[in-house]
Design a binder for this molecule. Sequence first.
Ligand code: DQA
Length: 144
Amino acid sequence: MNIQIINGPNLNLLGKRETSIYGSESFESFFETLKKRFPTMLLHYFQSNVEGELVNKLHEVGFSFDGVILNAGAYTHTSVALHDAIAGIKSPVVEVHISNVYGREEFRHKSLITSKCVGMITGFGLEGYAMALTYFKGIQVSPS
Ligand code: DQA
């Protein structure tokens, strides 16, 4: 089962950035743990600060991969292009946020992508990515 994890802007700074909100572990380090915890799944990781590169990655994997886990960072709240990219691909997308976006500033309460995702996981820290993988593990999906 091929699963693509996509992290958006500023998430390359995980472990260094606002650690009281996002924690002190880098995603690269967490990704190694994830691969050990989900040995039967083929996990792929991509991060970009550039909106169009996130769209391109969704197009690249979205017709063949079994699932996508997307933390679009701040683009969650602004990007019609990501909304349309998710709508246009076949692979199911789970939206993940490390922090609880509903407990933060009001501008974070609106997501432009949730309506096109299977669901959203928010507020469970990095464990949210593992929760999304547990979801994909429990379903046998193939793009249709
Ligand atoms: C985030 C929440 C967003 O509002 C924010 O812009 C981020 C990270 C999260 O994972 O909690 O960059 O997506």
